[in-house]
Structure formats: structure tokens, C-alpha cells
Design a protein around this ligand. Structure first.
Ligand code: ADP
Ligand code: MG
Length: 699
């Protein structure tokens, strides 16, 4: 099928209107081929199919478009924090536009005699219609009708693009030329039967219509087709990963043996239904001879660790090693202390591997892992990165998986002997995201919390209520309970944050003279951290002042109060994680969100969501809505942010269809050998595997 993709692959440099200087800037913006340019999708559209006069503007309700001329230089008024321009339409009626933001940039954009289309909501001001911050586009009388009289596309801009005058207008001209001259040779990359089954318009029509829609209907159809296409190829990749994996051989565990049974029998509590079910699912996976890749989603406190230990016991029973990875050293240390309680008892050698260890000690540990003497290894993700050699690794557990990116996950999965992999996360993920991020995994969900758990009471408080909050703390401390006080960590200034936490420490020591108050932060050595945590776990510390290092996983059931200072600065999922540090024992727990009255609207929504619900799924839906998919998972790592047109918070339905379509292909024709799938396969290999998604190469 050589040649099918030529029209996509040709470099943009030789297109009319580009040239070497612009080509360089475009390249830096990720646009080097025709396809890159075609997929530089508009950010928004302006409906200029109907324009109105200034007279009509006076009575228009809602946004409208007016075409007008800047008459004289005197009509352009620059002030330091305000820019104003007065224009006249063809009937000689005047109207005014003002800007209070981006004044410098806007004010250099106008000259007398310019014909400009303005789009915005008009208000009457001193008897004259007036728009603040309108969209605008200067018209070019010589050009074909690309700028007005139709729905026009606006492209994302950057300072770099501005420098070579690559405005929306310039993009429209360049893309227009590309489509006019080469549009007929754009290949169809979706198989015909898929297009028919899901009623999708042709690729070349969609590409033209996304940039130059004839009407709203056509634009909608184009969007749907291109969103489908984008999600489809991503799902194709996940489908291929899944196929590769199910073909590879993996350790075959025995039925749960002595260690696993004894572990469960000795637990001081009964398993929840969810725990029982997931333990069963894992046992089935690990006995199948195929590699397990399972994601366990369970809200904070749902008891995921027990499930992990049961799986690790099964690995031990079957003669394998198991690794347990945590996102931070503190957590690794905590889990290590916790897991040893179970494994020491069975005389299973268990080791901790973290950064702060002495060389000699580290060498010994590595030797023990390589010889198979050590059966359980607990550590951070440095475990996979530093080429640790295992004798017989059968299972890797990754705790709090949302901290690990998609790429890291692929590294774990393909490590050495293809161990079974159990990923655990307390950040429940809405379905559309799960299908995308984890579409190659099997997913288990534990919804119920251990029976005796009471919901955590969440209270929003300001400075005024601080005395009351402190009184409540005194009451809890008097009953022998413990308290966390958390300060935010703002990445730009770790030092400043530390100062916050340190002065908090002084304040609390002064306010609670009879209580032991300790400090925990990320800059302490691992020994220091460990000893602080050990004292707190043992109940020797009453109040633990901390930065967000306690965010995930830390488990001290006797702690019943969580105070979060500057709560308005935290993200929603983070707040929920922090709150999850309490409510772990049988006693009633409270979370105080201390927040100033000055806060953004979004911060208000976050805080209110916390007060309203304890349900991690609801919290994460809200969080996703507030932040958007890219940010939700930490942009670059997730791979999700790379979507150019799809939006997972919105396109759930198309996603389901695209996934179904993609899986039907990877099941029937995983190598893309059939004639019907050949162009699709060529596109997948040329554009997807190498350039967009290096992950696709790892299998
Ligand atoms: P998470 O899912 O947040 O990792 P953990 O595994 O840390 O939760 O468990 C939280 C606490 O609940 C631990 O103290 C654990 O011993 C306890 N726990 C786990 N399962 C149960 C159960 N079925 N009944 C009662 N307590 C449980
Ligand atoms: Mg945990």
C-alpha cells in the first residue's frame, strides 16, 4: 500500500503561504506534515454566516457579528490599562470596543482604514452600542470568502506563531490551499464497514468540513467522525497490547495454598464481599497461565492492602517472589513495616529497597533478591527503574497507581519474566477515562467499605472558628486520639511551604502544651521520616504536622482528626485522599477544612463537594469536570492529553462505539492483514506507533 499516505506525509514547508521561516516555527509547534496541519484542529468557531448592522446590534440579544471600519487614528485610544477603538459600519453607524486585558497586544492590532469583523455581546453605553473584549478578525478584501459570511475557524495561537504572523487568518489560507490542491488524494483511513456501521462521514470530507464547515450540521458530522477516528486508533493500540499480552506466557500460580489460607484465617476481621470477590478474580487470573494485568479501584480505606497481601501469599505458595511498589519512600517504609507482620510470621524473607540506604546494605539486598533468598521486596518505583534483578519474580503490586504514568506501567508489565501485575488506586476513575487509560487492563472495583466504618464528618471553617476547632482537638486528644494537621505543598517554593509547616508546628506546640507535636516533611532523610512515622503509629505523638507527604496510604487507625490548612489551595482528589487518612478505625472522625474567605469560585466548588460527599466516585467525577482530562492525570504522563479533538469528559458515547469497533478488529485481524484493513494499518504504523504513542511499541 505504498503511496496511500503520501498526501498526508508530504512536508508543509512547500505549501503556498508557508516557506522556510514559518515552516520552522510550525515544526517547533509539532506541525511538519500535511496531516499535522490538517489535525491542527480549530479551537473554536465564529458563526459569521449572519452579520448584522450596528443599528440591529442595539436590539440583538446574545452575541452577534458586526463588520465595521476603523475610520481615523483618533478613533484608536490607548491608555495604560485600557484600549478603545471606535468603528463605523457601512450605514455610517458608530460603535465602540474596549479591552481591559491584553491591552498591549490588542492595541497594536488596529490601524485606521482596517475592516474588521467583531463578534461579541453588545451593551448600550452612553447611547452607543459597545462590546468589551470582542473576538475580532481583520478582513482581507482580496481573499476568497474565508473570513466572513460563513462559519469560520479560530486556531490555537502562541507567541511564537504570532511572530511569523501565523494568525487564524493565515492558517485558514494555508489550509484552504492544501485542501484545494490535495484534498482529493487524502486517503480514507477507517475501514468502510466501520464507517457504515457507525454512520461516519468520509475522512476527506470531514477534514475539509472541520476547517471550512458549510453549516453547523456539517460541522457536527465532521467532529463526530474525527473524534471517533482519534479514539478508535487509541483503542486499536490498547487492543493490540491486550492481544500481545494474552499470547505471552506468564507464571502459573497454584491454587491458594498454606500461606494464603493461613493469612486470611488469621485476620482479625471478616473480608468484605468486595475483597473476597477480587481475591478470587486474582486467583483465577494468576492460575490461567496468561499474564494478569488488573487494576483494583477502591476508595481510600476500602482495604486494598489485604487483597494485595493475599495475592502475594499466593505467589509465595507457588514458589515465586513478589514486589510491592509504593509512590513515596514514607509509604514504602510504612507498608514494609506492615507487611513484615504477615511475612515474618511465615519466615519469609522480606526486604525494603529505597533510596536512602547505605551502599553496602544495598548491595546485600540486591544480592538476596537476585539469589531468590529474599521473597518479598517492598520499595518505590525505583525498583523497576534501576534494573533490579529478580530470581523468580511472579507478581508486582503497584500501590496508588495514579502516581505512575502510562509509560511506567508499560515498563512494569514488560519487565523480565512478565510477572503478574496488580495496580491499585484510590482515585476512582469515571468509566470513559478508565476505558481509555486502562482499556488494556481488567478492572476490579471495590465499592463497599469495611463494615464498622463511619462516614467522616467534614467541616468547613475559617479563622474565626479556629478556637472552636482547637477546642474540638483538645477533646479528641483527651480521649487518646491523634490528629493530623496538613499544610499545602506548592511546587514552586518548597522552602516557603516548609516555613508554613514549621511555623504551624510552633503555633500548635504553643496551643497544645501538654501534647507531643511532631513534624513530617518531604525533605527529611528517610530515617528521620521513618522514626517520626513510627512514633506516630505507636501513639507517642498526639499531633502530626505534615506537608502533603501523608497524602496517600498512611494508615494509623487511632487518628481521628484531619485538619487541612489553606484547604482552598488543594485539588479535590488530593483533599479526598488526605481526608482518607482518618476514619480508619471504629471511632467517629472529623476533617476540618481551614480556608480563607478569599477564594476562587472553583475553590468554593471543591470545598463544597468535600462537605457534601464522602463518595470517591462522585468526588472524582467533579474533579474531572473541574480540571479536564489532561490535568486530572498529570498532563504529559497520561497520554490522554495528547488527544487533539476528543474530550473524554464529553465524548463518552463516541468512545464506547470506537472501542467496540477497534476491539472487533484486533480480535479478528490483529496484524491488519486483510485488504479492508490495510490502509488503516499503514496509518496506524506510520503515524500512531512511531510518533504519537511510543507506548504502542512496548508489548
Ligand atoms: P486502602 O484501600 O486505603 O489502601 P487499607 O488497605 O490501608 O486501605 O486498609 C485500611 C484499614 O482497614 C487497615 O487498617 C486495614 O487493616 C483495615 N481493613 C481492611 N479490610 C478490612 C475488613 N474487611 N474489615 C475491617 N477492617 C479492614
Ligand atoms: Mg492503601
Amino acid at each position: 500500500m505504498a503511496g496511500a499516505l503520501d498526501a498526508f506525509l508530504a512536508p508543509v514547508q512547500f505549501l503556498k503561504g508557508v516557506g522556510p521561516a514559518r515552516a520552522e516555527v510550525l515544526e517547533a509547534a509539532g506541525i511538519s506534515t500535511n496531516l499535522d496541519l490538517l489535525q491542527y484542529y480549530p479551537r473554536r468557531y465564529l458563526d459569521r454566516s449572519n452579520t448584522c448592522t450596528v443599528r440591529e446590534l442595539a436590539t440583538a440579544d446574545g452575541p452577534a457579528t458586526v463588520i465595521a471600519t476603523v475610520r481615523a487614528t483618533a478613533d484608536i485610544k490607548r491608555r495604560p490599562r485600557r484600549f478603545e477603538v471606535v468603528c463605523e459600519d457601512d450605514e455610517g453607524q458608530r460603535f465602540r470596543c474596549v479591552w481591559f486585558r491584553r491591552v498591549n497586544w490588542v492595541s497594536s492590532a488596529f490601524a485606521s482604514g482596517d475592516r474588521v469583523a467583531f463578534h461579541g455581546r453588545a451593551k448600550m453605553f452612553r447611547g452607543q452600542p459597545s462590546m468589551s473584549h470582542p473576538e475580532f478578525d481583520k478582513l482581507d478584501e482580496d481573499a476568497p470568502k474565508l473570513d466572513t459570511g460563513r462559519i469560520i475557524a479560530l486556531y490555537p495561537g502562541t507567541a511564537e506563531l504570532q511572530k511569523v504572523r501565523l494568525s487564524s487568518k493565515a492558517f485558514r489560507r494555508i489550509i484552504f490551499g492544501l485542501i484545494r490542491d490535495h484534498g482529493l488524494s487524502f486517503p480514507e483511513i477507517l475501514p468502510d464497514d466501520i464507517r457504515e456501521r457507525y454512520s461516519l462521514i468520509e475522512g476527506r470530507v470531514a477534514l475539509r468540513a472541520i476547517h471550512f464547515p458549510k453549516n453547523q450540521e456539517e460541522l457536527d458530522a465532521a467532529r463526530r467522525r474525527l473524534i471517533f477516528e482519534e479514539l478508535f486508533f487509541f483503542q486499536l493500540m490498547l487492543g493490540k497490547l491486550r492481544v500481545t499480552r494474552t499470547r505471552a506466557r506468564a507464571p502459573r500460580f497454584d491454587a491458594p495454598g498454606h500461606a494464603a489460607q493461613r493469612f486470611i484465617a488469621n485476620l482479625p476481621f471478616a473480608l468484605t464481599k468486595g475483597q473476597e470477590r477480587v481475591i478470587g478474580e486474582i486467583a483465577a487470573d494468576t492460575r490461567s497461565g496468561k499474564q494478569m494485568n488488573r487494576l483494583l479501584q477502591g476508595d481510600v480505606g476500602s482495604g486494598k492492602t489485604v487483597v494485595a497481601v493475599a495475592a502475594m501469599m499466593q505467589a509465595i505458595d507457588s514458589g515465586y517472589q513478589a514486589a510491592f511498589m509504593a509512590p513515596t519512600e514514607i509509604l514504602a517504609e510504612q507498608h514494609y513495616a506492615n507487611l513484615r507482620r504477615y511475612f515474618d510470621f511465615l519466615e519469609v524473607n522480606t526486604r525494603l529497597l529505597v533510596g536512602g540506604q547505605r551502599k553496602q546494605q544495598r548491595r546485600e539486598i540486591l544480592q538476596d533478591i537476585a539469589s531468590g533468598n529474599t521473597r518479598i521486596v517492598v520499595g518505590t518505583h525505583a525498583l523497576i527503574q534501576e534494573g533490579v534483578e529478580f530470581a523468580r519474580l511472579g507478581l508486582t503490586v503497584v500501590d496508588e497507581q495514579h502516581r505512575f504514568g502510562v509509560m511506567q506501567r508499560a515498563e512494569i508489565t514488560s519487565k523480565g519474566h512478565r510477572p503478574h501485575v496488580l495496580l491499585m488506586t484510590a482515585t476512582p476513575i469515571p468509566r470513559s477515562l478508565a476505558l481509555t487509560l486502562y482499556g488494556d487492563l481488567d478492572v476490579s472495583v471495590m465499592r463497599e467499605r469495611p463494615a464498622h466504618r463511619k462516614p467522616i464528618r467534614t467541616v468547613l471553617a475559617g479563622e474565626k472558628q479556629r478556637p472552636q476547632v482547637y477546642r474540638a482537638l483538645t477533646g479528641e486528644l483527651a480521649q487518646g486520639r491523634q490528629v493530623y494537621v496538613v499544610y499545602p505543598l506548592v511546587a514552586e517554593s518548597e522552602k516557603l511551604d516548609l516555613k508554613d509547616a514549621e511555623s504551624g508546628l510552633q503555633t500548635l506546640r504553643a496551643a497544645f502544651p501538654d501534647t507531643t507535636v511532631d513534624l513530617l516533611h518531604g525533605r527529611m532523610s528517610s530515617e528521620q521520616k521513618e522514626s517520626v512515622m513510627r512514633r506516630f503509629s505507636a501513639g507517642e505523638t498526639g499531633i502530626l504536622v505534615a506537608t502533603t507527604v501523608v497524602e496517600v496510604g498512611v494508615d494509623v487507625p487511632n487518628a481521628t482528626v484531619m485538619v487541612i490548612e489553606h484547604a482552598e489551595r488543594f485539588g479535590l482528589s488530593q483533599l479526598h485522599q488526605l481526608r482518607g487518612r482518618v476514619g480508619r478505625g471504629a471511632a467517629e472522625s472529623t476533617c476540618y477544612l481551614m480556608a480563607g474567605v478569599k477564594r476562587t469560585e472553583e475553590a468554593g466548588i471543591r470545598l463544597q463537594a468535600m462537605v457534601d460527599t464522602n463518595d470517591g466516585f462522585k468526588i472524582s467525577e467533579t474533579d474531572l469536570r473541574l480540571r479536564g482530562a489532561g490535568d486530572f492525570f498529570g498532563t504529559k504522563q497520561s497520554g490522554v492529553a495528547e488527544f487533539r479533538i476528543a474530550d473524554l469528559t464529553r465524548d463518552g458515547e463516541v468512545l464506547t462505539a470506537a472501542r467496540e469497533a477497534a476491539l472487533s478488529i484486533t480480535e479478528a485481524d490483529p496484524a491488519f492483514d486483510t485488504e479492508a484493513n490495510r490502509v488503516m494499518g499503514a496509518y496506524y504504523n506510520a503515524f500512531y506507533v512511531d510518533r504519537r504513542m511510543p507506548l504502542a511499541k512496548i508489548g
